[in-house]
Every structure is written in structure tokens, then in C-alpha cells.
Design a protein around this ligand. Structure first.
Ligand SMILES: Nc1nc2c(c(=O)[nH]1)N[C@H]1C(S)=C(S)[C@@H](COP(=O)(O)O)O[C@H]1N2
Ligand SMILES: [Mo]
Length: 415
């Protein structure tokens, strides 16, 4: 049995009222044509019914996302639509592992804080708002599998290219404040996160994903229990009405539809914590090499990376001068420089790089390029973090295709 999108989930009109939608006609067609999806299924996963194949397959409240999979719904944002410093809600990617919950009512939503705490708590969203300081931060969420499509031999899973990343402004309370109010016991070493979505099998009580982080990471004051996204409600597909945002680490740590956090005295062993999920070999392996699951290690911070968001690849450049811009980010660290090349890395020129708006926000880079001759060029960008680590030309292959932070480039023709 699958759940349908319930009545009280914010509707299309709701998003239009809030100007979250720029018009469904501007959305691009995904890998799947709208016509190939049965109506009931489209509705169930938040896709707008009635979209014809030659128009688009828009997702309610989203604009221009490319759908990779509709069950569960997974959709990424093309780089040129990620040009904003703060990613608009309608352009925040979607990565679902299970069946989205039926009930997303913020008035009745409860969050439990349990496990190795002195005072277990059960809190409504209103209690979170009134008992704790409410803060807003711009925070990067990037799926650990972003870039998977570029691995050879291919790795199984959603074939994300570049767009499973976003930096929205999230509002909520600090995870650390809530944990401290509950009283962290000395024996606690790891968090465990649970949400209200259901395993794809539909088995009651079976979770599709439940991840956690070591206590030291959980205490980072930029982790939020968030109830607002860009000053509005969370999009239903981004975890409404309550989610964790654990920036800098794989997006999977940021539990959506958050119902329970419990503290444990072991590394959390929930679904997608073991085997090859969000884990990589601790030593270099050859492309395609078998790695025993017990050798794999949990991914911690995401590596330094950049994305060119302006211009869109394929641009015709008149006058041979081009402004190139984008964002760079570096897990728990900070980006200290971005360089750009138009000759396949033979020479590099430094780009202007903005300071972090707050820790864990991505940083804007921009520069002007002067092409010496008319012709075809690839423009490459390379970010370096404050420890001197740069993006590689090729990311190390690993069985599930995680952590692909290889250099991004666009192609242009100068005339
Ligand atoms: N409850 C729940 N939380 C979840 C997921 C999920 O399937 N269920 N997916 C995770 C993964 S793998 C990622 S990358 C992020 C994506 O967040 P987004 O869909 O808001 O972009 O949510 C994480 N939180
Ligand atoms: Mo993810």
C-alpha cells in the first residue's frame, strides 16, 4: 500500500500564493516524459497531473528540475539554475529514499529526543520555536552521490550529474541547544535520526533511511532542526514540516520529516549506515575493484568542490569576453581560492572569491575571461580549501560512486 499526498500538504495554489512558482511551463522535461507516468503515481510523488510529454514533467512547487527517478522521487537542478547565492526553494534538489509521509501537519508534528539523555523530551514545532533560540543560516546540502554519473565503470544508484547540491537559507533551532536541554549522557557517542517516511516496501514501521553522526559533529552549532526554508515553509519533498540540516556532510545525514533523534553509545546501525551505503574504501582501489563491505568506512565531511553556474554550457560568446561565475564549498572547511582555465589546465587565472556568509554557506566566485581567438573553449574551475586541498581532475573510483568532486567545466564558442 502506498500513501497519497494528503489534503493538508501545501497545494499548488499555496506555493503560487507565495510566489514559489514561476510558471510550470518553464520547467524542463526530465529523463522521463510526463506521459509515461500513470496519473496516480504522478500525484503520489508530487508531480503535477496533466502535464503533457511535449510540455514538461514539472514537480509541484519546483522549477526546472531534471527527474532521475519517480519512485522514489529524485530530481536534480541543472547548474545554470543554481546561479542564485541562496538557492530558491523551487530549485532545491530532491532526494527521497522511500514513500513520503501522508501527514505533514506542522500543528500536530512532534519530535522526540531520546536514548542516552537525562531528560527525554517530546516537542511540538511551537515548543521548539518558543523554548529555543531561532536562527537562520545559509547551509549547503549535497548528496553524497552527487556526480555518480561520471564514474566509470558506472556505480549503481541515482545517476546524479552535478545538481544534487543546494544552499538554501534554513531557519530553525540549533540541534546542540536541544540536545543540551535534554542533557547528553557521558556514554553517548553517536546520534540516530528518524523520519516519518516509509520504506518502499510499504511495511509499516520500516524506515527507508536512518542515519546518524558522531557526537562531535552533532554539537556543531550550525546544525539545525529546521522548520523554515528561505523564509517560507519547507517544501513537502524537502522534509516538511521539520527536518535536520547537518551541513558539510553527506545530505543523507540531514533527516527529513524528522520525528525522532536518539543518542547512542555505538556507531548508529540504522538503514543505510552499513554495507556500501555512504561508505567508501579507506585505501585507493582500482576502478571496478571489489571491496569487502567490512572494509568500508563511513563518509564524514564532503570534499572541496565548485560549480560553474554562469553562463549555461553551450553559450555563444560575442566579443570574446566572458563573465564566468559559480559557487565553491568545502564540507566543514572553507574555500580559500578558485582558479579558472580556458586551456585545459595549462594555465589558470584566479577568480574573485566571496567570503563565507556564514560557516557552511557556499562562496560565490566570478571572473572575466578574454579568449585570444574565436573558437571552441572549455572553461574549467578549480577550488582549493584552506588546507590547500584542491579538486582533482578525476575523482577516486569507489563502489557506490560517492564523493565525486572532480573539476566541473562548461563548453562555449567564441565568435
Ligand atoms: N526521512 C528522510 N530523510 C532524508 C532522505 C530520505 O529519503 N528520507 N534522504 C536523504 C538524502 S540521501 C539526502 S541527499 C537529503 C536530500 O535533501 P533534499 O531532498 O531536501 O534535497 O535528504 C536526506 N534526508
Ligand atoms: Mo543523498
Amino acid at each position: 500500500m502506498f500513501n497519497s499526498i494528503p489534503e493538508h500538504v501545501p497545494t499548488m495554489q499555496y506555493f503560487q500564493r507565495r510566489r514559489f512558482i514561476k510558471g510550470v511551463g518553464t520547467a524542463t522535461i526530465g529523463a522521463l516524459a510526463g506521459a509515461t507516468l500513470p496519473l496516480a503515481r504522478r500525484k503520489r510523488y508530487g508531480l503535477i497531473p496533466g502535464a503533457s510529454a511535449n510540455e514538461a514533467m514539472p514537480i509541484e512547487g519546483k522549477d526546472g528540475l531534471r527527474v532521475l527517478n519517480d519512485r522514489p522521487l529524485n530530481a536534480e537542478t541543472p547548474p545554470h539554475l543554481l546561479d542564485d547565492e541562496v538557492t530558491p526553494t523551487e530549485r532545491h534538489f530532491i532526494r527521497n529514499n522511500g514513500i513520503v509521509p501522508q501527514d505533514m501537519n506542522p500543528d500536530t508534528w512532534m519530535l522526540k529526543i531520546e536514548g542516552l539523555v537525562e531528560r527525554p523530551m517530546s516537542l511540538s514545532i511551537n515548543e521548539l520555536r518558543t523554548r529555543f533560540e531561532v536562527v537562520s543560516h545559509r547551509l549547503v546540502i549535497e548528496c553524497g552521490g552527487n556526480g555518480r554519473a561520471r564514474f566509470d565503470p558506472p556505480a549503481r544508484g541515482n545517476q546524479w550529474t552535478l545538481g544534487a547540491v543546494a544552499c538554501a537559507e534554513w531557519t530553525g533551532v540549533r540541534l546542540v541547544d536541544v540536545l543540551e536541554a535534554a542533557g547528553i549522557k557521558d556514554t553517548a557517542i553517536y546520534t540516530a535520526h528518524e523520519g516519518a517516511d516509509l520504506h518502499l516496501s510499504g511495511t509499516p514501521g520500516k524506515l527507508p533511511i536512518s542515519r546518524g553522526v558522531p557526537l562531535a559533529k552533532a554539537l556543531d552549532s550550525y546544525n539545525l532542526i529546521a522548520f523554515e526554508m528561505n523564509g517560507g515553509p519547507l517544501h513537502p519533498m524537502n522534509g516538511a514540516p521539520l527536518r535536520l540540516v547537518i551541513p558539510g556532510w553527506p545530505g543523507s545525514c540531514s533527516q527529513k520529516w524528522l520525528t525522532r533523534i536518539w543518542l547512542r553509545n555505538i556507531e548508529h546501525d540504522g538503514p543505510k549506515m552499513g554495507g556500501s551505503s555512504y561508505r567508501v574504501p579507506p585505501y585507493p582501489v582500482a576502478p571496478g575493484e571489489m571491496v569487502p563491505a567490512e572494509n568500508m568506512q563511513i563518509i564524514h565531511a564532503m570534499p572541496v568542490k565548485s560549480l560553474i553556474t554562469r553562463p549555461q554550457t553551450g553559450q555563444l560568446v560575442k566579443g570574446r569576453k566572458l563573465e564566468v561565475a559559480g559557487h565553491a564549498w568545502a564540507g566543514d572547511s572553507e574555500v580559500s581560492r578558485v582558479d579558472v582555465s580556458m586551456d585545459y589546465g595549462a594555465t589558470w587565472q584566479p577568480a574573485d572569491l566571496a567570503k563565507q556568509h556564514n560557516p557552511h554557506a557556499w562562496q560565490r566566485f566570478s571572473t572575466h575571461i578574454q579568449f585570444p581567438n574565436p573558437g571552441y573553449y572549455q572553461v574549467w574551475a578549480r577550488a582549493t580549501d584552506r588546507d590547500g586541498l584542491s579538486q582533482p581532475f578525476t575523482a577516486a573510483w569507489n563502489p557506490k560512486g560517492y564523493l565525486n568532486n572532480a573539476l566541473h567545466h562548461i563548453s562555449v564558442r567564441a565568435i
